[in-house]
Write a protein that binds this ligand. Structure first.
Ligand SMILES: CC(C)(COP(=O)(O)OP(=O)(O)OC[C@H]1O[C@@H](n2cnc3c(N)ncnc32)[C@H](O)[C@@H]1OP(=O)(O)O)[C@@H](O)C(=O)NCCC(=O)NCCS
Length: 201
């Protein structure tokens, strides 16, 4: 599916994004990852695949004209990081290690878009399935995962050291199976319609 008409881009996370990622990271998590952990993922972990989402076009503020002029001149304006996500590809399994969206930008489909991009990339790389852990209390994230065909496979007791909370271990079916792909196409299509409808162009 073509990502080019969407109002957001999803691109590989780079070192220069880490500072913005950390700002988002501090908001939602009880145990945020450190900038050092992200640097390790980007520089030293061969199995990691991390992405950021940002607006495709720089926000039109009071200086909208100037922004458009700079864009047409090709002057680099990088819109802010609105969300990020990552997975580790090991033994044919794409394990989603993190996903988060800037609090003010939630409920606009960005989390979904990041998940779709990760599932697409994992499939391209030959992953057989995608897995993850999520706090039992995090119903918001669970809804997102259920929407994309993840199912609970195990309850991991006392999984989170910060709060002693249990985790649901979730997994998709085989990513290339007709069942998964048919459902994936449907939800993705609906997301594309929603995102292009709310385009900020
Ligand atoms: C989970 C998270 C990434 C979702 O991002 P988002 O951009 O707000 O989500 P989207 O707008 O793409 O919503 C996609 C789906 O997620 C679910 N969802 C998102 N927000 C929800 C909410 N407040 N309540 C219930 N379900 C919600 C819904 O199923 C939604 O689909 P719908 O729009 O058809 O109802 C975001 O809430 C977040 O950053 N949370 C904090 C970090 C976190 O918990 N990460 C997961 C760790 S496992």
């Amino acid at each position: 599916m073509d990502y080019t008409n969407l109002p957001y881009v999803v691109e590989p996370m780079r070192l220069r994004d880490i500072e913005e990622v950390m700002e988002i990271e501090r908001a939602p998590f009880l145990s945020p990852w450190s900038a050092r952990a992200y640097r390790y993922e980007l520089l030293d972990n061969d199995s990691s695949h991390y992405f950021v989402a940002r607006q495709r076009w720089a926000e039109r503020t009071g200086s909208g004209l100037l922004t458009r002029a700079r864009r047409s001149l090709g002057v680099g304006i990088r819109p802010a990081v609105l969300g990020y996500g990552g997975f580790w590809l090991r033994h044919g399994e794409a394990h989603i290690s993190t996903i988060a969206v800037q609090p003010n930008w939630r409920r606009r489909g960005i989390g979904e878009l990041l998940l779709v991009a990760m599932l697409d990339r994992a499939t391209e790389l030959g992953a057989e399935r995608a897995t993850l852990e999520v706090r039992v209390s995090n119903v918001t994230a669970q809804n997102l995962y259920y929407k994309y065909g993840f199912q609970q496979v195990e309850l991991r007791r006392h999984y989170y050291h910060d709060s002693d909370e249990d985790a649901l271990s979730m997994s998709t079916g085989r990513l290339t199976s007709a069942t998964f792909q048919s459902h994936f196409r449907q939800v993705k299509q609906a997301l594309w319609e929603k995102l292009t409808h709310f385009s900020f162009r």
